[in-house]
Design a protein around this ligand. Structure first.
Ligand code: SAM
Length: 287
């Protein structure tokens, strides 16, 4: 079957009694141009180890194999996982794992050292899957993913932008986020109700220590529950481990150079890092 032909994909589904599952985000990519843009953006070299979440019928898997990648594909739907290897001619370079990407033991799974993750992620759980993978210490150095346009906006949102939130601040800590291009709903079958976008993430070093990182995630997790409130008020009422005296909090704001009247949505990545460092210093000094 030609996987970039909407007619052939649709006919295969009809002939095999396969009804794409909306909950699993089964909107198959059927556009050759977009397929090439994704594989080009991933810059795969011969022998690269590539992780693909949700291979579906295998359109991306096949293209990655053609580029010389060794592909590990994780598919939750047993009907798709069960046919994929044979459908692509059982290549040695392909490993298909039938599993929920959210239930993987990532410490063991990522230990092989993937060079890249290239995926057309399911809408409903795409952000969760990406965050779990990308923030793991053994994460691939590069991600090229297709996600909902709105989600892509959040990933790359700058301070003060309407879409600025926890997922963008977290990803931007460790990655350069680039929007490769928007993708129309017509490039998928069945057509989704929303637009999509291709995003590339390139790993960079954030410079925070292990304990500063813990502060960073605790702080931003709490603060983005109140993104429009003033940071001073948000942190004054923060739960453990962030909870501290007025004096300590004042010292943290002074040391970090952050204005307590500023709001979480307006802080830059560097400012969150400065605040995390100050929490770490002040709490450690008092221990
Ligand atoms: N890669 C194919 C393509 O581009 O046509 C399919 C992409 S489709 C948007 C998302 C795929 O992710 C589906 O095959 C779906 O069954 C699978 N999927 C959904 N949730 C999953 C999960 N939690 N873990 C692994 N795969 C999942």
């Amino acid at each position: 079957m030609k996987l970039t032909s909407p007619t052939q994909v649709k006919n295969w589904c009809i002939e095999n009694g396969f009804h794409p599952n909306k909950t699993l985000g089964q909107n198959f990519l059927v556009d050759l141009n977009i397929l090439n843009i994704i594989t080009d953006a991933a810059g795969i070299s011969e022998g690269d180890r590539v992780l693909e979440i949700g291979p579906g019928l295998g359109v991306l898997t096949e293209a990655l194999l053609h580029r010389g990648a060794r592909v590990t594909a994780v598919e939750k739907d047993g009907r798709l996982a069960g046919r994929l290897d044979a459908a692509l001619g059982s290549p040695d370079e392909l490993q298909v794992i039938e599993a929920d990407a959210l239930a993987l033991d990532l410490d063991g799974f990522l230990a092989v050292g993937f060079d890249a993750c290239v995926s057309n992620l399911p809408y409903s759980v795409g952000t969760r899957i990406l965050l779990e993978l990308a923030l793991h210490p053994a994460a691939p150095r590069c991600f090229v993913v297709l996600v909902q346009s709105e989600v892509a906006e959040r990933f790359r949102a700058y301070p003060g932008a309407e879409a600025r939130g926890q997922s963008g601040v977290w990803l931007q800590l460790d990655y350069e986020v680039t929007l490769i291009r928007e993708v129309k709903a017509a490039c998928f079958w069945p057509k989704p109700e929303v637009g999509s976008a291709i995003v590339r993430l390139d790993r960079r070093s954030c410079g925070l220590s292990k304990s500063e990182r813990r502060w960073f995630f605790d702080l931003t997790r709490h603060a983005f529950m109140h993104r429009r409130k003033q940071l001073g008020a948000v942190l004054r009422k923060a739960p453990e481990p962030l909870s501290c005296s007025e004096e300590r909090l004042a010292q943290i704001f002074t040391e970090s150079g952050i204005d307590p009247h500023d709001r979480p949505e307006r802080l830059s990545g560097e400012q969150w890092q400065a605040l995390s460092r100050a929490f770490d210093r002040v709490f450690n000094a008092d221990d």
